[in-house]
Design a protein around this ligand. Sequence first.
Ligand SMILES: Nc1nc2c(ncn2[C@@H]2O[C@H](COP(=O)(O)OP(=O)(O)O)[C@@H](O)[C@H]2O)c(=O)[nH]1
Ligand SMILES: [Mg+2]
Length: 247
Amino acid sequence: MPPATVHLVIPCYQESGRIGPFLTELCEVTHQLGAVTVQVVEDGSDSAEAARMRGIITPLCHQYEHLLPPLFLPQNLGKGGAVYAGWDQAPPVDWLAFVDADGSCSATEVAHLIRKARQQPAPLTAIFASRWDQTSTKVQRQWKRRLMGRIFGTLVSTLLHIPIHDSQCGLKLVPRSAYQRIAPNLRILGFAFDVELLAALHDSGCEFEEVSIAWHETPGGHVHLIRDSIRMARDVLAIRKRRAHKK
Ligand SMILES: Nc1nc2c(ncn2[C@@H]2O[C@H](COP(=O)(O)OP(=O)(O)O)[C@@H](O)[C@H]2O)c(=O)[nH]1
Ligand SMILES: [Mg+2]
């Protein structure tokens, strides 16, 4: 049987300084795997940044056929908006996936999760990479981010009654059929989009599996610990409210 097909999106905002080596490695690893398409979605950075991204991606597109031309969004939508824009234009694959641009999660881990997805019997289960194994030396994060991640994970699982430890890890794979069922109801385009995605998948009957991965935090992240955590907590409350209305 041919392997299940995967479309992997890399959401990018002001990432030209970080993405080069990771994208090259990712192209190589996914080329070896086969049946994977990769696409960068540039999330409405300025025109100078768009030109820098073109300069990095165009030569790689010549080298790797499965690296699709990047998608340039006319305005900044937020991480979720960039991921969904890529997924909505994906070829008719079995799996939709995204990975953060900074290489905190290595290309090897991406390959590991794609292989895992391909081994699944039906019905397919969404795969959420996770840094929850706090004792693991495989997970290198600043203590502040580790702590905020813990608090946020507890908030999500308590308020939404969904047993998850790390809803925010930057690598996820979702069966395309499950995404298509829930896509019209997804509203959150910022950093909490994964929480809404998780809740919608769960409510639609698509199970998820949290898979522990290695994570090496890359400097230069754009997430503002306090400001974005407050916004994300507000989004979680909004998700909870909307769910309560539906039930
Ligand atoms: N900050 C930010 N990141 C975005 C946006 N759209 C897409 N992203 C991507 O979201 C991913 C995670 O961001 P990152 O800065 O690594 O987060 P951090 O490491 O948690 O601080 C990266 O691939 C970003 O390029 C956006 O509007 N703002
Ligand atoms: Mg990061």
